[in-house]
Design a protein around this ligand. Structure first.
Ligand code: ADP
Length: 192
């Protein structure tokens, strides 16, 4: 299997690049942000609770997202592989993911990290907020909080995957095509 963790701060372009990667490598896209927004859209109890946290720019509890990922992985038994987008976001989530994949006799192949500076991130997110209607993209304070959460809780995962020799950093600034080419080259080099 080809199991990729697509990593990077809010606004790094994970969603855009995921779409292209799933098409090229026939992978299943699992975005915890998208799953949570769909729960909100359907007005489920989980969605209502998650919304309060997401609107403040803080992470939802580990148990919640871990449970969501477990059921989605189970629901895609014949997948060639997965792209994990926006997950794991904490060390506890990364450990839970390793454990889950081990029970399926597979594991994470690589972490691809999109690297974008703070100023560019804020610009992109405010722009996205104008047409996506996403509440968490429309407020500078919430954006800043998400970046702080990322730096405190998520950025340490770089070390987690580096220790396993699975980390690759990719420049996340440039055209969508250029960035996609760098990602695909990195995948093809390590996954033959
Ligand atoms: P972005 O990467 O642009 O911040 P996402 O769509 O990935 O957007 O996530 C939006 C929000 O959903 C996050 O700010 C957080 O509140 C919640 N969320 C998404 N994934 C996770 C996760 N793995 N763990 C905890 N919270 C999450």
């Amino acid at each position: 299997m080809l199991n990729i963790v697509l990593f990077g701060p809010p606004g790094a372009g994970k969603g855009t690049q995921s779409e292209k990667l799933i098409a090229k490598y026939q992978l299943v896209h699992l975005s915890t942000g998208d799953i949570l927004r769909s729960e909100i859209g359907r007005g489920t109890k989980l969605g209502l609770e998650a919304k309060k946290l997401m609107d403040q720019g803080v992470l939802v509890p580990d148990e919640v997202v871990i449970g969501m990922i477990e059921s989605k992985v189970d629901a895609n038994k014949n997948a060639k592989g997965f792209i994990f987008d926006g997950f794991p976001r904490t060390t506890a989530q990364a450990e839970a993911l390793d454990k889950l994949l081990k029970t399926k006799e597979t594991g994470i192949s690589m972490m691809l990290a999109l690297e974008v500076d703070n100023e560019e991130l804020i610009k992109r997110l405010l722009n996205r907020g104008k047409d996506s209607g996403r509440a968490d993209d429309q407020n500078r304070g919430v954006i800043q909080k998400r970046i702080t959460e990322y730096n405190n809780k998520t950025a340490p995962l770089k070390d987690y995957y580096m220790k396993q020799n699975k980390f690759s950093g990719i420049k996340g600034v440039g055209s969508v095509e250029e960035i996609f080419t760098s990602l695909a080259e990195t995948i093809d080099k390590s996954h033959k």
